[in-house]
Design a protein around this ligand. Structure first.
Ligand code: CDP
Length: 225
């Protein structure tokens, strides 16, 4: 059997990172970790408990009461994030979370908290993790790093379709504004901004199919051996 490695996938909002990460995890028998789900779950906790996240002390106290884990749901065949024992996988995809998560993700102690959990999950290797800073900060020594991108119009359309299924009141403009706002905050923040790691390989999936992107990534693995 091939030696287990760490694969990181970073990139812009809604450009197909999790699709590729899930494809690779399935193909290789690896664990898929959605690091964005952690920032979303933390944001959900802050909103529910009315935490003033401009106040570092309050944030610190709140983090002490947060435990995050991923569990496999046999029914859906997907792994789900649990916030203090409750599955919040569905709830964290709401627009209200998307509208606040990037601000929460700028906070250094929030990032330190999430990164520590992520690094622990990578100890045994055999994982694919997607996010914004996985190849740069979380696993700078990962064996394979991918940076994904796609045209904004394609990204907006894909995310709109996903969100419209759950909430028919949502508009294209809301989705577009949210993606652009998050991309801006994510790439301009002080701590671990969204960047392509120097040794990451770019996949632009604007014009390629899901099968093609998987094939491309598997070829990278072969070359990597
Ligand atoms: O699925 P999508 O690409 O829209 O976003 P996500 O992966 O669920 O991440 C949600 C937000 O969490 C991002 O816009 C970032 O603000 C933050 N995030 C981060 O700062 N670092 C990560 N490693 C992952 C997500």
């Amino acid at each position: 059997m091939m030696k287990k490695i760490i694969i990181t996938i970073d990139g812009w909002s809604s450009c197909g990172k999790s699709t590729l990460a899930k494809q690779l995890a399935k193909e290789l028998g690896y664990i898929y970790i959605d690091s964005g789900a952690m920032y979303r779950a933390i944001t959900l906790y802050f909103l529910r408990h009315h935490i003033d996240w401009t106040n570092n002390e309050e944030v610190q106290k709140a983090l002490e009461n947060i435990s995050l884990e991923f569990n496999y749901n046999a029914k859906s065949g997907q792994s789900e994030i649990f916030l203090n024992g409750e599955s919040v996988e569905y709830m964290i995809r709401d627009l209200v979370i998307a509208e606040n998560v990037s601000e929460v993700a700028t906070i250094k102690i929030v990032r330190d908290f999430a990164v520590a959990v992520q690094q622990k999950m990578g100890k045994k290797k055999g994982i694919v993790m997607d996010g914004r800073d996985i190849g740069t900060t979380v696993f700078p020594n990962a064996e394979l790093k991918i940076f994904m991108t796609a045209d904004i119009s394609v990204r907006v359309e894909r995310r709109f379709k996903e969100m419209f299924e759950k909430n028919p009141n949502i508009t294209i403009e809301e989705v577009k504004n949210n993606l652009e706002m998050r991309d801006y905050i994510d790439s301009n923040r002080e701590v671990s901004p969204l960047r392509k790691a120097e040794d990451a390989i770019v996949i632009d999936n604007t014009h390629i199919s899901m099968e093609q992107q998987l094939k491309f990534a598997l070829n990278l693995l072969e070359e990597n051996k």
